[in-house]
Design a protein around this ligand. Structure first.
Ligand SMILES: Cc1cc2nc3c(=O)[nH]c(=O)nc-3n(C[C@H](O)[C@H](O)[C@H](O)COP(=O)(O)O)c2cc1C
Length: 290
């Protein structure tokens, strides 16, 4: 049971015996961890995030999908357009077909639930028709971006909610390797784009997961203007390469410098695994992107 002390300001700080903030910050940042002591259950969930790729076969409790959608719909939405939808896939054959389109990632078939988050401008187009309005704004890149931002905020709200319940998840961007085929599998109408998937289930307790380190804050946090020296950058990259390798060793993963991984991931069109055709795919799916 977690205990908190409360400042006169009302801000909670951690008491001895908590799942420790310092432990999570050290896992995230190593020696570059900021010195913080604000603490509550929400922060514990957010700062303790880790992707989960192995699941118990247990079904999810009744109402879980609706709860996650409520968390998603509680996120902010640009102009309240609510330009996203989500498809809950539980059918094992459909999950297997989607896994085949997303690099055969086993977690898609193993997890009891696969959520596919969609940029959905179809509904807004329908409203234009009902209101007898041309909805020309939907033909612009801005509308696609707006839907992608809305869908992402909703999905991340759902992730925080499910992690707070002891469930685990991992995003699956690989559905964008084959967006047209995914769209056919899910019977998506025009102006609807499968942005990413999310596998959801109870973490397999026999496979240990851990908080994955991130770049030190000096590499990502600027004050007032963008100001980063090459020396700071190089120091931050070297430090991060080391911390990530330490994490990989502990997780029995192959050791690889983060900078090498980044370079390989962005090396050329082939390293995008089909996503180099996204602009054309989006236009085929009805997005103007003007
Ligand atoms: C939009 C998005 C797409 C992702 N796609 C995949 C994926 O296809 N397969 C996978 O195993 N992990 C995927 N991930 C998970 C990332 O690899 C993971 O978040 C990152 O390595 C950091 O690890 P952590 O989430 O455990 O902190 C994705 C994450 C995001 C945000």
């Amino acid at each position: 049971m977690t205990t908190h002390m409360t400042h006169a300001s009302g801000i909670e700080t951690q008491a001895a015996g908590d799942v420790r903030l310092t432990t999570l910050l050290l896992a995230r940042y190593g020696a570059t961890a900021p010195n913080l002591d604000v603490w509550n259950e929400t922060l514990k969930t957010v700062l303790g995030h880790r992707s989960v790729r192995h699941y118990r076969p247990d079904p999810l409790p009744e109402g879980t999908i609706e709860l996650l959608v409520a968390a998603g719909q509680s996120a902010a939405s640009s102009s309240n357009l609510q330009a996203w939808s989500v498809i809950a896939v539980e059918d094992s054959n459909r999950k297997a077909r989607l896994a085949a389109l997303a690099g055969e990632q086993a977690q898609i078939t193993q997890a009891p639930l696969f959520l596919v988050w969609l940029v959905d401008l179809h509904r807004l187009e329908t409203i234009g028709r009902l209101e007898d309005s041309p909805s020309e704004g939907l033909q612009y890149l801005e509308s696609f971006l707006l839907g992608a931002v809305d869908a992402t905020l909703a999905a991340q709200n759902a992730v925080i909610a499910l992690e707070s319940l002891g469930l685990g998840a991992v995003y699956i961007g690989a559905i964008r390797n084959n967006p047209e085929k995914v769209a056919r599998e899910l019977a998506l109408p025009p102006h609807v784009f499968p942005l990413f998937g999310l596998t959801v289930g109870y973490p397999d307790p026999t496979i240990r997961t851990a908080v994955k380190p991130r770049l030190s804050q000096e590499a990502v946090l600027f004050r007032e203007t963008y100001a980063l020296s090459e020396i700071t950058e190089t120091t931050a990259f070297n430090d991060y390469n080391l911390r990530l390798k330490h994490f990989q060793t502990k997780q029995h993963m192959p050791q690889r410098n983060w900078t090498e991984t980044v370079a390989r991931r962005l090396h050329d069109a082939a390293s995008l695994h089909g996503r180099d055709h996204l602009a054309a795919a989006l236009r085929d799916m009805g997005f103007g992107l003007k």
